[in-house]
Write a protein that binds this ligand. Sequence first.
Ligand code: SRM
Ligand code: SF4
Length: 587
Amino acid sequence: MSTDQTTEGTEAPKRSGFEGVKEASRWLRGTLAEELAQPTDHFSDDAKNLLKFHGSYQQEDRDARKNRAKTGVSKHYMCMIRLKLPGGKMNAQQFLAMDALSEQYGNSTLRFTTRQSIQFHYILKSNLRATIRGINDTLLSTLGGCGDVNRNVMACPAPLGDPVRKEMQQLAGEIATHLAPRSHAYHDIWLNGEHLSPDAAQEEGVEPIYGKVYLPRKFKIGLALPTDNCIDVHAQDLGFLAVIENGRTIGYNVLVGGGMGRTHGNANTFPHLGQGICFVEPNEVVAASEAVIKFFRDHGNRADRKRARIKYVVHDWGVEKVREVLARDYFGKPIRLPRDVTITDVDLHLGWHPQGDGKWFLGLNVENGRLKDEGSLRMRAGVRSIVQQFNANVRLSGQQDILLCDIETASRGAIDRLLSEHGIPRPENLSMVRKWSMACPAIPTCGLAISESERALPGIVDALEPELKELGLENERISIRMTGCPNGCARPYQSEIGIVGRSGDKYMLFLGGSTLGYRLNETFQDLVPRDKVIPLLKKVLGQFKECRTPGESFGDYCTRMGIEKLCEIAGVEKPKHGKGEKGEPEA
Ligand code: SRM
Ligand code: SF4
């Protein structure tokens, strides 16, 4: 036990207020239906929190806030809607329907997320039901997109037809179905009692996996290959890392306890990498998911939502105890230890690739996941044309990009021309650093944002590109991830350069992660004004160029040097680690 807030104790601490709201919600109903029927522009606090389980967040247009406040007008309320899209997979018709819905009810953009899903922004409360119905009309769903349940299940999206990926993609769907909430509330509220699946038709009142109070907090699952960790398996609450022999998956190492979120100034919150607990065979994956979820349901912290993720149970108990309790109480049989597996690569899946079935897929970089038309870059219109004309099925990656799939060889030329007509750059013409960058939405939609992110990172990359070129580092794979607050939605604590909103236009800089996702970075500097980020990085990159060992990556170099030395190189003071600001717990 290393912190003062252990996840077990003799006397149960008082449950957080939201636990009572969930329990009294009549299986996620609360007052949602009544409030939807009222001609108001926003929900009450309790309804707002239950709304998350249905895949939507109530937000406020933060750009409009100042002017509205000046003129005495109240907040501009609106909703974000998040799909549940296992493995990021949808067909051409579904994609086109999402695109049309964003035009009809949203802000004419689609936001591809870091978990292979889609978010709609700027949906008015009065349009919420119509949008969710529209989504369900295409047989997609938002149920469990957010809330204290299992979230979108990730799996490598590449449609390569190899048995390893095929199985992972299928398992992603099976896990998602198995762990979906069974309450009828979603169908009753949004679809007027229509039942889409046999699961939904089960007896009311039965949540056999979650129980009445659902989980203590969100829960995230992902499956990855050691040769292509494009979903950041160590960031998942529950990660399955394939163990492959002779081109086939013989089983999966089960990693438990990954997560990024931390709170500035709170040492009891920190990012944490998933730890190897056991090995399971492919046919045990769904049962193992249920077992770990139930373990979390019973042992997660229900008193303090800031410390409620499964990573804190793993950290506080240690791997041995988690393994023992899981085996005894949840697997009901002895656990096999994880195998030796090393992650060796990550593929962004950009550019043209043969699928292995005579067809092709084209991976396109969507900067920070925002599919929009802006100036001469008409990415949204271009993607829509390709999907429409060539019936391209769609997959989204965990790096916020889009894969257009199942394309005939004969169509490639016409598609390349469409890219040019819409000003869409070929991935091979984009800089490495832009391809390996990600930012979260932050301002104006995210209520938790302290600083800009999605709107700031393109400018930072613009400034970094010429510096890297001057240093001859333009072909180096350097991942840069930015978030508007420490919650870590773009997984910044795993990247080689992490930029995290700290206070207005000032950021914390982190260095030393790995593009492969198995190492956390460390705080390099705190409270860095946005315009000082590049000058600071430039000094370190210059030394990297001079002093790296052959083939050494920027992240490995920073780790080898250590933060103290990097600060010396940059001519700045070593950061004083405030509580929880080191990227690792202090205790
Ligand atoms: Fe996230 C909350 C956006 C992936 C950690 N996240 C939020 C909210 C809903 C803000 C809120 O609670 O009011 C953000 C909505 C912003 C907006 O305007 O749209 C938000 N998170 C996102 C997305 C859209 C970022 C993106 O750039 O794509 C991602 C949606 C994923 C999806 O499709 O399901 C997203 N969020 C993540 C990830 C990455 C991942 O899961 O691989 C993380 C880090 C991993 C983890 O969970 O620890 C992440 N989001 C958080 C946290 C911190 C949780 C914690 O344990 O402390 C919050 C805050 C919270 O839950 O209280 C949060
Ligand atoms: Fe919002 Fe923070 Fe997540 Fe960015 S990291 S979307 S600012 S919660």
